[in-house]
Design a protein around this ligand. Structure first.
Ligand code: ADP
Ligand code: MG
Ligand code: MG
Length: 375
C-alpha cells in the first residue's frame, strides 16, 4: 500500500489565497506512483473540508475555492491509528428527529500516514496545526511546534537570532496596551531610538501584510495603527534604502542543504509589498549576481538561522544586502515558504539542479525521517 499524504491548504490567515496557489503546485508535484493523496481545504473560518478535485494537470494556477458549505472532515486518533473522518451533516437541533440516519453517521475516510501543511502565516505556519498533527501522531513536513512558533513571531525570531549572534537591522517593539495608554509617548520613544524611514510590521504575519514604510511622525502613527490591527505586538525597524534582497532555500533535518541565494528584483513598488509579491511580475535572479563572499555569508547565516530556531524539513532564510557598506543582515526565516510559481523557494533549488517534483519528494522523505527519529 502506498503511504497516504494529507495536503492541507487554505486556512484562516490573510495568506489563504497564497496557500491555494502554493498547494496547487504541491498537489501537482506529489508522485502518484509513490503516494496516495487526499486534499483537505481549510475555510477562512477554520473548518476542514474534503476537496474532491483530482491531481492538477499543471503546476500553475490556483485550486478551486474552498467551499464554505462543503462537508466537514476531521483528523482523529483511533485504535488503528490516525484517520480522516467525514462528520455527519450539521444538524439544527430542533430538526434532529427528522434527520436521515445515514447522514447522521461519521464516515471513515481512511488512514493518514503523513501531512504536508501548505499553509502560510497564522494557524498554519505558526505551530498550531503542527501541534494538532503531533497530538494525533501524524508525521508532517516542516518545522515542529516550537520552531514554527518562534519563526512566525518576528519579535521572538529576532531574540533567537540575536542570541545566535546573527547580524540584524536595528529595531524596537510597540505593544498595543502601551500604545493605547500613551501613543504620543510611544511615538517619542521610537523617534528617540530610530531614524526615519522606519518599517512597521505586525509581529506575526507574512506576505508583507500590515507592513508600512514610514517617513515622519504622522505616517509612523498610521503605520503602527495599521499593524496593530493584525497583532498586539508591532515591530518597528530602521528602514534600509538601496538594499538588495537575497533569499536562501534550506531543506533537511540535522544536516540541512542550503542553496546559493536568489535575488528578488522589484521594480515599481517602493518595497516588496503584497502586490509586488503576487500581482505584478517580479524578477527572480537565481543565483543572485553578487560577489562569492556574499553568497558564502548568506549560506553560513542561513545555516545558523535554521539551527537557531530549530527548524526541520524546509525554510527560506531572507537577507538584506547593503552593497555600499558590504553588509549582509538576516531579515527573517519562513518555515513554510511560498511554493507558488512566482515564489523564490522553488527556483533557488531549480538553479542547483533540483526540480520541483524532486524537492517535494525530498520534503516528504525528510518528514518521515524526522518522525522516525523522534519515535
Ligand atoms: P514578511 O514576513 O511579510 O515577508 P518582511 O519583514 O520580509 O515581512 O518585509 C516585507 C518586505 O518589506 C521585505 O521583503 C522588504 O522588501 C521590505 N522591508 C521590510 N523591512 C525592511 C527594512 N527594515 N528596510 C527596508 N525594507 C524592508
Ligand atoms: Mg515572512
Ligand atoms: Mg519577507
Amino acid at each position: 500500500d502506498k503511504p497516504r499524504v494529507l495536503v492541507l491548504f487554505g486556512g484562516r490567515s490573510s495568506e489563504h489565497e497564497v496557500s491555494c496557489l502554493s498547494a496547487r503546485g504541491v498537489l501537482w508535484a506529489i508522485d502518484p506512483d509513490i503516494y496516495d493523496v487526499v486534499s483537505v481545504g481549510i475555510t477562512r473560518t477554520g473548518r476542514w473540508t474534503l476537496m474532491p478535485h483530482g491531481v492538477p494537470r499543471t503546476r500553475e494556477g490556483t485550486l478551486p475555492a474552498v467551499p464554505e458549505d462543503g462537508e466537514t472532515v476531521t483528523l482523529v486518533q483511533t485504535r488503528v491509528g490516525p484517520r480522516l473522518m467525514l462528520l455527519p451533516d450539521d444538524v439544527d437541533a430542533g430538526a434532529a428527529d427528522v434527520v436521515d440516519a445515514d447522514r447522521g453517521r461519521t464516515v471513515d475516510l481512511g488512514g493518514i500516514d503523513i501531512c504536508f501543511p501548505v499553509l502560510h502565516g497564522p494557524y498554519g505556519e505558526d505551530g498550531t496545526i503542527q501541534g494538532l498533527l503531533a497530538s494525533v501522531g501524524v508525521p508532517y513536513v516542516g518545522a515542529d511546534v516550537a520552531a514554527s512558533a518562534i519563526a512566525v513571531d518576528k519579535r521572538q525570531m529576532k531574540h533567537v537570532f540575536a542570541a545566535a549572534g546573527l547580524p540584524q537591522v536595528a529595531h524596537d517593539v510597540v505593544r498595543r496596551a502601551d500604545w493605547e495608554r500613551d501613543p504620543e509617548g510611544e511615538l517619542a520613544r521610537i523617534e528617540g531610538l530610530l531614524e526615519y524611514p522606519v518599517f512597521t510590521k505586525p509581529a506575526r504575519q507574512g506576505s508583507s501584510i500590515g507592513i508600512s514604510r514610514c517617513t515622519d511622525t504622522e505616517s509612523l502613527r498610521a503605520g503602527v495603527e495599521d499593524a496593530l490591527g493584525y497583532d498586539r505586538v508591532v515591530i518597528i525597524e530602521r528602514g534600509l534604502d538601496g538594499v538588495r534582497e537575497l533569499e536562501c532555500g534550506v531543506v533537511g533535518n540535522d544536516d540541512p542543504v542550503i542553496t546559493a541565494p536568489g535575488e528578488t528584483i522589484h521594480t515599481g513598488a517602493s518595497f516588496y509589498d503584497f502586490d509586488a509579491k503576487y500581482l505584478e511580475p517580479v524578477k527572480l535572479q537565481c543565483p543572485a549576481d553578487v560577489p562569492d563572499d556574499v553568497i558564502e555569508r548568506c549560506r553560513d547565516y542561513a545555516a545558523q538561522a535554521y539551527d537557531a530556531v530549530g527548524a526541520r524539513g524546509l525554510a527560506r532564510v531572507d537577507f538584506f544586502y547593503l552593497p555600499d557598506s558590504d553588509e549582509v543582515l538576516v531579515n527573517e526565516i519562513n518555515t513554510i515558504p511560498g511554493l507558488t510559481p512566482q515564489s523564490m523557494f522553488p527556483p533557488v533549488w531549480e538553479a542547483q539542479g533540483v526540480a520541483f517534483r524532486v524537492l517535494i519528494d525530498r520534503l516528504l522523505a525528510y518528514a518521515m525521517e524526522a518522525s522516525e527519529e523522534s519515535a
